[in-house]
Design a protein around this ligand. Sequence first.
Ligand SMILES: NC(=O)c1ccc[n+]([C@@H]2O[C@H](COP(=O)([O-])OP(=O)(O)OC[C@H]3O[C@@H](n4cnc5c(N)ncnc54)[C@H](O)[C@@H]3O)[C@@H](O)[C@H]2O)c1
Ligand SMILES: O=C(O)[C@H](O)COP(=O)(O)O
Length: 393
Amino acid sequence: MYKILTLNNISVVGLERFPRDGYEVASDMSAPDAIILRSYKMHDMDIPGSVKAIGRAGAGTNNIPVQRMSEAGVPVFNAPGANANAVKELVVTGMLIAARNVCQAYDYVRALEGSDEEVEKQVEAGKKKYAGYELPGRTLGVIGLGAIGVKVANAAQALGMRVLGYDPSITVTNAWKLNAGVEQASSVDDLLARSDFITLHVPLIDATRDLINAERLRLVKKTTVLMNFARGGVVDEAAVEEALNAGKLASFVTDFPTNRLRCHDKVIALPHLGASTGEAEDNCAVMVADQVRDYLETGNVRNSVNFPEAQLPLSGGLWRLCIVNANVPNMVGQISGQLGEHNINIVDLLNKSRGELAYTLVDTDSQPPLEIIENLRGIKGVLTVRLLEPKDA
Ligand SMILES: NC(=O)c1ccc[n+]([C@@H]2O[C@H](COP(=O)([O-])OP(=O)(O)OC[C@H]3O[C@@H](n4cnc5c(N)ncnc54)[C@H](O)[C@@H]3O)[C@@H](O)[C@H]2O)c1
Ligand SMILES: O=C(O)[C@H](O)COP(=O)(O)O
């Protein structure tokens, strides 16, 4: 029986991927085998030593101590692309409501008083204050062309916008998905200077903290709308406030409200709604539950942010050793040497590495005795060793 601890509400459709006869799923339990979460901040959490995997039902993993987990030999999984359409739709919404002054106009109408006739008069008299502009021909700058950025860029082009993109590490797959005609900006600064709308779709990492700062805001046109659906830390809010107050930036649309800006007249602040659609919540939960289950049951790794991809089909009747070790010479030699010494036959073997970590799957046709497991655990550089029983044993 595997135990899954949830730290946020996770879509039932996803949790149902854990069969009841083999899994216990709860929001409070001791010694879990895996943790599934959304935005719960795990950095200060005392993570039990029983945890073998962490699944983020979403994209961003800045709420998870990924480095600490790597050092403990624990994979962190996420759900790449599973909520990208939801975010794309909210970004398009953000552009439209900013361009048409929808929030200000909405507030204006709600504050009206008088008879229907009087209200109508005020409506017709007041509407000129909220006249906006249309999107075709305007330029959208997209920083970060991953799962979300590519969808946003393509959608904006379909709306008749000119699109500039910047991503020095764009993957070949995402480059293929990008519509022809999306223009490559030569730098963030180049993109900022030429855009009417700027949208951020980068992870929050050291290199992207305060990516939009005072110096960079000096480059934008005073009519520009800045949108942040990435993470609060990607934008220096004090600098944004200064730019808005000085009339150097038209408006700021953010999914990450703070007290400094949430009530500012030129700010549209939403409560981290980017991925909050039923569809995205289901997609993320299903994807991550399947990946965590696969890892627990077969040791295979898909979509981890700290482990290498590792997929070795598991045939019935075989034992499988899953070994997480430092990416240093002679690990496979020492592992196979241990098995050879005990006359255990290796049927299949996979060794993959990513950065400082390596991951080895070894299939054997007889049961490796406990002594081998202990010896493997004793090899310098080995972080964890798991033995999976044959499925049909
Ligand atoms: N508002 C929400 O609810 C919501 C929902 C999903 C994701 N997000 C945030 O959006 C981020 C992106 O999500 P995604 O699914 O597109 O991730 P992704 O990994 O598919 O794409 C991120 C892209 O950013 C690029 N990048 C990294 N550093 C960069 C830099 N300095 N300059 C330009 N590009 C850079 C990467 O090369 C990658 O292509 C997530 O990490 C998360 O923080 C927010
Ligand atoms: O990174 C993400 O996937 C989003 O920020 C969504 O976060 P949530 O799952 O807490 O809505």
